[in-house]
Design a protein around this ligand. Sequence first.
Ligand code: SF4
Length: 373
Amino acid sequence: MQNILSSITIDSEIRDILNDVLEGKTLNFKDYKKLLCSDDIYAIGLVSNKLRQNLFDTTASFINNIILNYTNVCITYCKFCAFYRPPRHIESYTRSKEEILERISISKQMFGITQILFQGGHNPSLSIEYYEEIFKEIKKSFPLISIHGLSASEIDMISKVERSSTKEVLTRLKMAGLDSLPGAGAEILVDEVKSKISPLKIKSNDWIRIMNEAHDLGISSSATMMYGSVENDDDVIQHFMKISELQNKTNGFIAFIPWGFEPNNTQMQLEGLTRYSSGGLKLLKMIAISRIIFNGSIPHIQSSWLTNGVGMAQLALLFGADDFGGTLIGEEVVSATGARSTELTSTKIIESIKQIGFKAAERDNFYNIIRFF
Ligand code: SF4
């Protein structure tokens, strides 16, 4: 039968796997490993793009948002992080409620934001009341702006400060106005990897448990993967499998975001564990395989422009991503690695989407389309 792979030369095993994908068959661990090891990126991309096209045609979405990195104080000291400062460090900061509300007000007027991505360090001096007061005030003053905030590991930190369960913390924060959780803190959901790059952070099972609790409480979330540090292909597949398994149970993940580790200014680079970022080709492979693995399960794959730049994000849309992500005004975490482009205007995103012949659509926090451009 004539299909999109008929006219190209590819390894016969990869062809068989990709034909299985096109026929809707479920792949196994070995198939994923072969895809990850394959250099047939173009063929894999043709198939992942077809899957994206079946779901979204030529529409690519984005969201107008800001990142509020509310504190850089952190006692978790991840080796891949250039953002944190220890308590009482001269460069440490924690934003007050007033500062946060002012930034939201200005961003709303200037950029028409509809989402706040609220993330920070593991600051042991912040009680749950800090978050509750801020979330309630945001909802009172800006009822149409969604709060996408606090990774599973931040939720764990708050539960330790409060000496209560993570479920109790999630319940209280939801009541205060938390709409959804970002997927940060997962990195690679394999403890051997975590013990090398973030030994003091929550373990893989904790991340899964907290996400499960959130989903059970009706708080949806994203899932992420930080690749390009010390993991191997088996670790990456395990990560995919663990997320797939939870999604089959809860259906609470709306989007998946693979992003490449940026080693500049990090302890890992200093120790020689990872010297360079993994680059654009790896990004395209990860995007394409994410679409193939989560097809029919997690609907949205983000293009990850933050660590790979706008040009690569455009290409990612042709390799299976359907969402450009957010404008991320005010981002400070990746900026700390010296990455050049860490915020975009919606005009630039729309232009980038249109340059490849796609329709640009602004979406809300839950991926509902607000308007087309
Ligand atoms: S990644 Fe998060 S938890 Fe880890 S050191 Fe940085 S701010 Fe702290």
